[in-house]
Design a binder for this molecule. Structure first.
Ligand code: GLY
Length: 396
């Protein structure tokens, strides 16, 4: 069944200019559909333009590889929901078929980002159109992700071969956004093993990746043989002991989403702790520097993608809080960040084919610095969708 979604309402928060922002996004996405066709844009823009995806792992230019391609159909599904325009539906469905192929083709699946990839490309397709092929392939991806669950540590290894000594037993905070694929698989199949993996992994992160001062490590290592927690560190942050802004934003959104699944109130508290630390370290314009160790006057780069993720996370957190006053404060903070993104971080007509400017992928490696990126664009559009369609239902 493919009933056109109800168009967006006129419900807006004052000063956010949501309808204008959505119109600008839809215009850019229409151009990007023409530019990329069945292929995929790269992780980030280069000189503010998306190029076809860099060839990697023996796959050609523009191929469906890496961890970020799912954000592209994720945006197309959101655009269809916001506009009802079948141009977006057709493009999203074309990419869903490609993700179904990737799920069974063993193409670049040896990492934990299967959640990002297949939730936004295929679980979304299943939720919106009842696509059975999408459901089957997303379940296959969930089984693939389960292979990375390590006993006795009770964690999902993030990157690399499971026997690679440098990566064995390593998690990263971003994984909190990959576990919703397993939660969905548990709901679909009734099999407890998926939900048990989510509960155990998320509890390990709550205990060890969130520090006593409510900041977070980007990455944390366990001894894969004994299950002993070893140490925290960073990969993309300024220092092992600093707080990488995007990681903190993944924490806000990820702990809240997993609280919905697991039901342990300590997970909602973890989301709240991440939120309070994030909000206490924002600069005057409400858009975080790429690491929260930096403040105004530091000359550091912003990471607009961290801001967009935080907006969605704060909304998710507020949706689940019983404390109405606290929920209102988090929504107010989300509105302030989104208003700044709309006013100060979106391109002028023709300036870029990204939706958001001034993102950072990996500053220590000088990768995607002060550029647009696919995940920043996706979460910016999800943030707008949450305002434009109050009945919008999460893909996660
Ligand atoms: N999940 C990888 C990143 O946030 O850069």
């Amino acid at each position: 069944m493919k009933a056109s979604p109800a168009p967006m309402t006129n419900v807006t928060t004052p000063d956010l200019r949501v309808p204008d922002a959505v119109d600008a996004v839809l215009k850019t996405l229409r151009r990007n559909i023409s530019a990329f066709g069945a292929g995929y844009p790269d992780d980030t823009t280069t000189g503010l333009r998306y190029r076809p995806r860099t060839p990697r792992g023996g796959l050609p230019e523009g191929a469906n590889s890496g961890w970020t391609t799912g954000f592209w159909p994720g945006m197309l599904w959101l655009a269809w929901e916001l506009s009802g325009d079948d141009v977006f539906l057709a493009a999203a469905e074309e990419h869903a078929v490609d993700f179904e192929r990737r799920a069974f083709a063993d193409e670049d699946l040896d990492h934990h980002d299967l959640g990002f990839l297949f939730t936004l490309s295929l679980v979304s397709a299943w939720r919106l159109t009842g696509d059975e092929a999408a459901r089957e392939a997303a379940l296959a991806a969930a089984d693939r992700l389960m292979r990375r669950f390590l006993e006795p540590a009770g964690i999902i290894q993030a990157w690399g071969d499971l026997n690679d000594p440098a990566q064995r037993g390593r998690t990263i905070i971003d994984s909190l956004m990959n576990t919703p694929l397993l939660t969905w698989a548990a709901e679909q199949t009734g099999e407890r093993r998926y939900a048990d993996a989510v509960r155990r992994h998320v509890e390990q992160l709550r205990r060890h990746i969130v520090r006593d001062d409510d900041s977070t490590f980007h990455t944390f290592y366990w001894d894969a043989e004994t299950g002993e927690p070893l140490r925290g560190g960073t990969e993309q942050g300024a220092a092992d002991g600093s707080c990488w802004a995007r990681g903190q934003a993944w924490g806000i959104y990820g702990f809240a989403l997993n609280h919905r699944a697991v039901g342990d109130p300590r997970l909602l508290e973890a989301s709240r702790r991440c939120a309070d630390y994030f909000l206490a370290h924002l600069p005057a314009d409400d858009v975080a520097y790429w690491d929260l160790v930096f403040g105004d006057g530091s000359g550091a780069q912003r990471d607009s993608s961290a801001a967009a993720i935080a907006v969605c996370g704060l909304e998710e957190l507020a949706d689940q809080l019983d404390d109405a006053a606290a929920a209102a404060r988090y929504r107010e903070a989300a509105d302030a960040i989104l208003a700044s993104l709309v006013a100060n971080y979106t391109p002028a007509e023709g300036e870029s084919d990204a939706l958001l400017l001034h993102g950072v992928y990996d500053l220590p490696k000088n990768n995607g610095v002060d550029e647009g990126n696919l995940w920043g664009d996706y979460f910016y559009l999800e943030a707008l969708a949450r305002r434009a369609k109050p009945d919008w239902a999460r893909y996660w």
